[in-house]
Ligand binder design. Sequence first.
Ligand code: PEP
Length: 249
Amino acid sequence: MKKIIIGNFKMNTTPSEFKSYAMALATKTKGTKNDVIVCPPYTHLGTAKQILAGSHIYYGAQNISEEESGAFTGEISASMIKDLGAEYVIVGHSERRGKFKENDKVVNKKIKTALANGLKVILCVGENLQTRTNKQAAMFVKKQLDDDLKGIYENELESVIIAYEPIWAIGTGKNVTVTEIHKMTDLIRKEIEYLYSEKAGRGINIVYGGSVGLTNYKKLLSNDFLNGVMIGNICLEIDNFTLICRENY
Ligand code: PEP
């Protein structure tokens, strides 16, 4: 079964390092039936266009401004990354929500801006440890979905991937059990069904992110309820990332 494998580089690698990486990844993953998406820093997107445009590897940005253009010094717009051939953009990553104080209203606006500019969205949702310990994870994720997807039409959902990324599992090596992930993907599908339709709930692509690596990727990707994984740290290790991208699931 075809899976979606997303690599989030975060603020890592230089453009030259990425150039070598992209060339190697394109060669090493040739023939894979999975959808491979790499999201390097903005400064690497020109190189991505040079190396990856027209290849089997998709690429995207890690963020965009919610504004279209104008007096927003330091910001990058959706049309700028679209012009560089980016197909995807990550929106609402917990590092942006936490460290850059992006709330659901901003996330919602970013999704609308991305879709209006023909970008596909990787929407990250997920609870922190305290919320999980207080048994409020389900309620929390539901509310994120309700607020983030406000005003998004059902036909636009085919351009949205939901990434369930429990904050406490990102970059920590802490493993979430497959049962816990299954419960959350069921909940996400039910909420999408409630907000849109049964078809939308069934059809929405959901990936899991949070310390995915060599010890757990097979266990995760062998399940039908999961459409793929989002990988941070390990995607920087090209041989390991290649292994995950090439596998037949
Ligand atoms: C992420 O940053 O989206 C992520 C999943 O990171 P890691 O794989 O390092 O936990």
